[in-house]
Write a protein that binds this ligand. Structure first.
Ligand code: UTP
Length: 289
């Protein structure tokens, strides 16, 4: 049973400055809900009951968001705003949420290593706190857990990217074991089009067996002088089975300006309350360009 999730949320968010100067990028809203709340909801919908968030300096708003708010709840109750009261209460009741501090931003691999003590000797999932993933066949984290239950190895969500974009991503090299599952032989960080063994990119949701911590401990600082998760995965795959899951769906990187804009528009178009007015406005606005 996979019950624990780790959500790294300590990064600086330099691509989204100045908004991230004193506010966590994980608290950036998509319509009216911070991105990290959607991430927690995905974990909970996948059967996760224990969540460890890796946070750092300037990230206290994340803790506040998942804490109870007695004064706000009282005010909503007095105003008989029962719908919002239920919504606000649900946020702090979703799961057991714990926090650990990454004191120096030494990379995603280092952030994950901070979860070693809490995770212990069991498989766990990782969901990047600044990225939404929407699977057409249900939550992608749940799909990773299903693959783990079948194949008993680590599993990484894979997204098909345009061949000309492979050099931006970690790419899998492996063999198909079913139409959606690939047994990984290697993980290649940012290959050129010519070098790329596939156009399947690592997509911000992972399930690891606990051996990943042994490999992270041995990983030396790599690109940007940071401990890179991909470097640890590249060593681990030599000795432990690792799989990739091609999911049907979309990934939204909120820490990227264009990703943030597109996601808000798309979510707005999918919201029955906003959809029609937004379409009318968009049409008018685009016509005038
Ligand atoms: P990013 O690559 O998006 O880095 O991290 P970043 O620092 O957050 O943002 P930019 O690139 O400067 O704009 C991917 C994930 O890893 C976490 C981030 O919070 C994000 O969820 N991370 C990264 C950490 O938790 N600690 C780190 O030291 C680095």
């Amino acid at each position: 049973m996979v019950k624990k999730a780790v959500i790294p949320a300590a990064g600086y968010g330099t691509r989204f400055l100045p908004a991230t100067k004193s506010s966590p990028k994980e608290m950036i809203p998509i319509i009216d809900t911070p991105v990290i709340q959607y991430v927690v909801e995905e974990a909970v919908a996948s059967g996760i009951t224990d969540i460890l968030m890796i946070i750092g300096k300037g990230k206290r708003a994340i803790e506040e968001h998942f804490d109870r708010s007695p004064l706000l709840e009282e005010t909503l109750a007095q105003k008989n705003n029962t719908e919002m009261l239920a919504k606000i209460r649900a946020i702090s009741d979703m799961a057991n949420i714990h926090f650990v501090w990454q004191k120096e931003m030494n990379g995603l691999g280092d952030a994950i290593l901070h979860a070693k003590h809490h995770v212990g000797n069991e498989p766990f999932v990782i969901l990047l706190g600044d990225t939404l993933v929407q699977g057409e066949d249900g939550p992608v984290t749940k799909q990773l857990i299903d693959v783990y239950n079948k194949y008993k190895g680590s599993v990484v969500a894979l997204e098909e990217v345009k061949p000309e974009l492979v050099s931006r991503y970690g790419i899998v090299d492996g063999n198909a074991v079913s139409d959606k599952v690939i047994k990984a032989k290697n993980w290649i960080e940012k290959p050129s089009i010519e070098e790329a063994p596939s156009n399947l990119a690592v997509a911000s949701r992972y399930l690891f067996t606990p051996e990943i911590f042994d490999y992270l401990e041995k990983t030396l600082p790599g690109k940007n002088n940071e401990i890179q998760l991909t470097d640890a995965m590249r060593e681990m795959v030599k000795y432990h089975p690792m799989y990739g899951l091609k999911f049907n769906g979309k990934r939204y990187d909120i820490g990227d300006k264009m990703g943030f804009l597109k996601t808000n528009i798309e979510f707005g178009l999918n919201d029955p309350e906003l959809r029609n007015e937004l379409i009318d406005w968009l049409k008018e606005f685009v016509e005038d360009l």
